[in-house]
Ligand binder design. Structure first.
Ligand code: SF4
Ligand code: SF4
Length: 295
């Protein structure tokens, strides 16, 4: 499976200390996405101009002549096929592919190196992209992790093949379920997601015995309104398998990544979320919830 990054010692991707495995590919295109390199289904070529020393190695091997050194350093995205030949020879890693192929066994072996730090609560978290796009391979990775006695969490946007759920729920200790918006029109407009599919999968996860924690990104001027927080509280109050809710601020720190991918960071600066807004959402939710959350 295609792994974009393995991040160690993560403290916010589930309980305890986690090793988070980021997988390539996502069915959505959220305006605020902070991992644009994970969106395409195939590894994408990334270019960091600051690291380029204009040695010409890439231009010499490019079969489509998409790397141009003179008269000015350019990467012609339009003719590039993301074949990766240039990345393989670039001495400074100014050019690199966004993901590399790893087997579930290799990924778990990487996570095993951190076992001493997990304690009673930590473990691995699959993220992305949308990790459940990887279907059977994601399942095999989770099975392998459970065979090794690791706690497993999956961060999902909820858009995936729901027929996986009965089997999936046997190997996932905790789902971190993104609720990007409870307004269906806005959700579609800013992410391309279908609300019905997400909620059908959420309910099916509950029927199959899942434990779910909702992750709610607050994007100022888009979903920071009372009706959305009330919608989250309604989900929480209706489904006892939801153990708690986290409200997260939107940070606008992904511009360099968009440049590397060769696309434009279109989110307006006003979308950044202040700590006061997160506190407002938390307090409103606390007033609306009808049962205590698990820690
Ligand atoms: S091989 Fe790397 S360092 Fe050399 S010109 Fe190409 S991008 Fe720049
Ligand atoms: S990924 Fe392949 S086609 Fe694209 S610039 Fe590099 S060598 Fe050329």
């Amino acid at each position: 499976m295609l792994v974009t990054n393995i991040q160690r010692f993560c403290m916010h991707d589930g309980p305890g200390v986690r090793t988070t495995i980021f997988l390539q590919g996502c069915p959505l295109h959220c305006l605020w996405c902070h991992n644009p390199e994970t969106q395409s289904l195939h590894p994408a070529l990334l270019f960091s101009r600051e690291h380029c020393i204009s040695c010409g190695g890439c231009a010499a091997v490019c079969p489509t002549k998409s790397q141009i050194i003179r008269p000015e350093r350019r990467w012609n995205r339009g003719t590039c096929t993301d074949c990766g030949a240039c990345a393989a020879v670039c001495p400074t890693k100014a050019l690199r592919l966004s993901a590399k192929e790893m087997t579930p066994q290799e990924i778990v072996a990487e996570a095993e190196k951190d076992r001493a730090f997990y304690g009673r609560r930590g473990g691995i978290t699959l993220s992305g992209g949308e990790p459940l796009l990887h279907g059977e391979q994601a399942l095999e990775l989770l099975r392998e992790a459970k065979r090794s006695g690791l706690h497993t969490a999956v961060e999902t946007c909820g858009v995936f093949d729901g027929s996986l759920l009965p089997e999936l729920c046997r190997y996932v200790d905790l789902f971190l379920w993104d609720i990007k918006d409870t307004d269906s029109n806005r959700l579609y407009r800013y992410t391309g997601a279908c609300q019905e599919r997400i909620l059908n999968n959420l309910e099916a996860a509950g029927r199959n015995g899942a434990t779910v924690r909702l992750r709610c990104l607050l994007v100022s001027g888009i979903n920071t309104e009372e009706a959305h927080i009330a919608g989250i509280a309604d989900l929480y109050n209706r489904f006892s398998f939801i153990s708690g809710v986290d409200f997260l601020p939107c940070h606008l720190m992904a511009e360099a990544k968009y440049r590397e991918v060769g696309s434009v960071y279109e989110i307006p600066p006003t979308a950044a979320t202040s700590p006061q807004t997160v506190q407002w959402a938390r307090e409103l939710f606390d007033r609306l919830k009808t049962r205590p959350e698990a820690s």
